[in-house]
Design a protein around this ligand. Structure first.
Ligand code: ATP
Ligand code: MG
Ligand code: MG
Length: 393
């Protein structure tokens, strides 16, 4: 039997492994953690560092083709693997997505194609650039200073009101390469999942609307009417253009802001992209006839890509460690029996032993025959678990 390889053993890797196994593949996971969610369920688990040449050689030896689930996988690891095996997405595009400066340059380069731009921004890599921004780019304040690399879930970001706060924030972030983005008046946020094969075939999902709490995804709304149809169409076209422009192979998620520009619907601004399946696409497991992880497997294996069809409206609630901690200092499990007695609830737990605040431990997807019933169950489930982010329901 053929084996598909994945760099990284988190929950995204675990759900990739499940999808690959359903099609009869063996899987090989490379992750240093003996208890990694994907390593625990994979046929092969190479328990070593992403830089370890012997481990990478073993992964290549075992695998027919290799993907990644871990955003900050070292580019050298992907390059080393690509010498002997198909790797998707490739080191070059992953490198772009890992660096906000390159990522924004790429968005700017395809602005014509996509018709959507990113937030006004400036690059700050040197004290001279900091001073120039302070002196000449007052329009970027108030803004958000974001490290160019290694940020996620709102980490590595500081909100700044004025030039003095900007200087302090840059020092606080260690004077590393950053971008300063203008703070935009957000009406909503959404994301689009695109899958593109080796032969250029592209399929995509309709945009899902996302609610973040404290910089972390809390709720995803995936149903018709979750956002104005004209904006949804544009976001989807923009995401497909971005994937095509990159020559991307695999599953790509592009995040967008809906910004208050005075119009009734708002304007569309591209935020960032993730070179892998995405938390906001987890509802596809239960609400669509092909999930984002199925498409990751199909793209990697070089199989034809089915145009995914959503068969149920859905709301996804992220389950962070806080839910466990609130349920009794981490000593007790949350009340799953009550949650699962609600109709249309699909509980996914990632097999992580230790609950910590903000740690992604699982998610709950609610599907149903219509949006009203999905919302009603989501509200009740959120109430039982003490989950935030559903105020607008
Ligand atoms: P992820 O976990 O999605 O990778 P991240 O740490 O890379 O997140 P961003 O997506 O850049 O961070 O920002 C996190 C959140 O902060 C956004 O989803 C949005 O709610 C808010 N935000 C970021 N940039 C801006 C902006 N320019 N104006 C207003 N809000 C913003
Ligand atoms: Mg990000
Ligand atoms: Mg983001």
């Amino acid at each position: 039997r053929a084996t598909l390889g994945v760099l990284g053993g988190g929950q995204l890797g675990r759900m990739f492994v499940h999808a690959a196994q359903r099609l009869g593949y063996f899987t090989a996971v490379l992750d240093p953690d003996a208890q990694s969610p994907a390593g625990l369920v994979s046929h092969h688990h190479i328990q070593t560092d992403y830089h370890d040449p012997a481990g990478l050689a073993q992964l290549a030896e075992l695998s027919q083709a290799i993907t990644t689930e871990f955003e900050n996988v070292p580019a050298q690891a992907l390059q080393a693997l690509a010498l002997t095996r198909p790797v998707a997405p490739g080191a070059a595009v992953v490198g772009i997505a890992q660096n906000r400066i390159e990522e924004k340059a790429h968005f700017a380069a395809c602005a014509d194609l996509a018709g959507v731009s990113c937030a006004p921004y400036a690059v700050i890599e040197t004290p001279a650039q900091l001073q120039a921004v302070q002196a000449e780019r007052a329009e970027l304040l108030p803004g958000i200073l974001k490290t160019a690399r290694l940020g996620y879930d709102g980490k590595g970001q500081v909100r700044v009101q004025n030039a003095a706060e900007l200087a302090a924030a840059w020092a606080e972030l260690g004077g590393v390469a950053c971008v300063l983005e203008k703070m935009l008046p957000l009406m909503a946020e959404c994301s689009v999942l695109v899958a593109r094969g080796w032969d250029g075939q592209v399929v995509s999902f309709a945009p899902q609307r996302n609610v973040h709490v404290d910089g972390i995804l809390a709720v995803t709304h995936a149903y018709e009417g979750n956002m104005p149809p004209a904006l949804a169409d544009r976001a989807r076209e923009a995401a497909v253009s971005i994937a095509q422009h990159l020559g991307y192979v695999g599953v790509l998620c592009v995040e967008f802001f809906v910004v208050d520009d005075g119009s009734a619907q708002g304007g569309l601004v591209v935020n960032e992209m993730a070179p892998r399946p995405h938390n906001s696409g987890h509802y596809t497991l239960d609400a669509c006839d092909a999930s984002q992880f199925d498409l990751q497997v199909y793209t990697l294996a070089g199989l034809p890509l089915p145009e995914p069809r959503q068969h149920s409206p859905a709301i996804m609630l992220n389950l962070l460690g806080d839910v466990w901690l609130n349920a009794g200092g981490g000593q007790r499990e949350p009340d799953w029996r009550s949650v699962l007695s609600l109709p249309g609830t699909h509980l996914h737990l990632y097999g992580k032993a230790q609950a910590r605040p903000g740690r992604k431990m699982g998610h709950l997807t609610i599907t149903g025959p219509d949006v009203a019933r999905v919302k009603a169950v989501a509200r009740r489930a959120a109430g039982l678990l003490g989950l935030p982010g559903l105020d607008d329901l």
